[in-house]
Design a protein around this ligand. Structure first.
Ligand code: HEM
Ligand code: HEM
Length: 177
């Protein structure tokens, strides 16, 4: 299997990014669910502290993934139909927008933000930036749950294409030969 994509299948880098990010997103949704459903419990105490660091890691990975996708855009397996194309683009937009909104709100709070020993924002003394707090409060969690719903749809569709006799099985493009 080559490093780069080709018309028949995704290459190594795209696959590592796809499956690696799928695992990290699963963890991210577990941490979000722990906050939503198990507030003030040992489950939340276990998962929730990882939400921001993992969110930052996902933000860095999606930027790399977008750059890689653009570099391979003319040489990737073509979408099976326009709905699949729209679905994949929507997943990309959400994977970028959700952590961006989280980070924007974090910045606007004026609090310092340190992750993995690195100071991402050093914080400031002046007033909080209200619009970043409002925007994050309004959209971050909601878009996060929308991403979860669309991801479930994406997984169902990929299995449906695998089982269906009338459409192509797209699984080997991303998994196996
Ligand atoms: C792809 C990355 C991310 C996903 C999928 C995601 C998803 C979510 C979801 C679904 C919620 C709602 C939980 C609830 O309703 O209780 C949430 C809440 C939250 N997230 Fe994220 N998040 C991500 C990245 C980040 C980042 C980078 C930050 C900050 C640096 C952040 C900070 C927060 C905070 C403070 C909350 C609680 C307040 C709220 O509900 O808006 N998240 N996140
Ligand atoms: C069990 C979990 C998953 C399965 C079985 C799966 C399956 C697949 C398959 C078979 C393809 C190739 C489709 C084609 O070429 O038409 C694909 C592509 C894609 N998947 Fe998934 N997927 C999973 C999880 C995820 C997750 C969690 C995300 C992100 C939210 C995601 C986002 C994408 C995107 C954006 C593409 C287009 C190719 C790319 O740019 O990476 N997938 N997936």
């Amino acid at each position: 299997m080559s490093i780069k994509d080709n018309k028949q299948s995704y290459g190594r880098v795209s696959r590592v990014l796809h499956w690696g990010m799928a695992l990290l997103l699963l963890w991210q949704f577990l941490s979000a669910a722990s906050h939503f459903f198990f507030d003030d419990t040992a489950i939340e105490a276990f998962f929730w502290p990882t939400h921001k660091p993992m969110g930052l890691l996902l933000f860095v990975l999606i930027i790399i993934r977008i750059i890689w996708a653009l570099m391979n855009v003319s040489n990737r397996p073509p979408s099976i139909n326009w709905l699949a194309r729209l679905g994949h683009i929507t997943l990309y937009v959400l994977m970028l927008a959700i952590p961006s909104l989280g980070l924007l709100r974090q910045y606007g709070s004026g609090r310092s933000f340190e992750v993995f020993g690195i100071t991402v924002f050093s914080g400031f003394e002046s007033e909080k930036i209200q619009w970043t707090l409002d925007l994050g409060g309004l959209l971050h969690g909601e878009l996060g749950w929308l991403l979860l719903a669309l991801t479930i749809g994406h997984v169902i569709m990929s299995y449906w294409h695998k089982k269906s006799k009338t459409t192509n099985n797209v699984m080997p493009r991303m998994w196996g030969k």
